[in-house]
Design a protein around this ligand. Structure first.
Ligand code: GLN
Length: 202
């Protein structure tokens, strides 16, 4: 079996997610490839999707072009295992506000039944690292890298909370979709990327 991992390649830490995905495939001894995704036709080639961190407003607006956002939403609703990292988590959310600005009116995929606050932990200079666990996935001692990170402020009963830090929800899962406030591709651990690829295998 061969697995193709797609990384939405509009803006943000695309290369880091592609590298972590390559490494995860290697470590799992799975033959596969990792491709950048920019267009609806590229989305049809992938088994697993990653929406990287970056600037969610920019990624969302540019992904609207040529129906990429709509096609991505259809695939995710159809069950494609998907990971949204930081800005990626924001794009997956149903309801988004900004800590300073309030409503953002930005394009969203709305596949996670969550409310989310952007820039929840402060500005760039308030970026930090801490050790987290994602117990429902069997992942402990995971380095959490937070860069202008959002937090999840409310979840519907269908959403599983994977990780809490400082009384704030920082990772969630709903069916085939995982979102993290932090950056697993910068953690030095491929554990979450391996988990995601494992979802496609099952
Ligand atoms: N603060 C960014 C946003 O709201 C997300 C930052 C990130 O992805 N590291 O889009």
């Amino acid at each position: 079996m061969s697995i193709t991992v797609g990384v939405l390649s509009i803006q943000g830490d695309v290369c880091e997610n592609m590298a972590a995905s390559h490494q995860a495939l290697d470590e799992m001894n799975i033959s596969g490839n990792v491709i950048p995704v920019k267009t609806p036709s590229a989305i049809s080639d992938v088994d697993v999707m990653i929406i990287p961190g970056g600037e969610s407003t920019t990624i969302g607006l540019l992904t609207l072009a040529g129906d990429t956002l709509a096609t991505l939403g259809e695939r995710i609703r159809g069950g494609m295992p998907t990971l949204g990292v930081c800005a990626g988590l924001i794009l997956l959310a149903g309801d988004v506000t900004d800590r300073m600005l309030g409503g953002t009116g930005q394009p969203l995929l709305k596949v996670l039944d969550i409310k989310l606050e952007r820039n929840s932990f402060g500005r760039q200079r308030d970026s930090f690292e801490t050790i987290l666990s994602m117990k429902p996935l069997g992942i402990g001692d995971f380095p959490g890298v937070f860069i202008r990170a959002p937090s999840v402020t409310a979840v519907s009963p269908d959403v599983e909370v994977l990780s809490v830090y400082d009384n704030r929800i920082v990772a969630v899962k709903q069916n085939n979709t995982i979102g993290t406030s932090f950056h697993p591709e910068l953690s030095g651990s491929t554990e979450l990327h391996r988990h995601l690829i494992g979802m496609a295998r099952r």
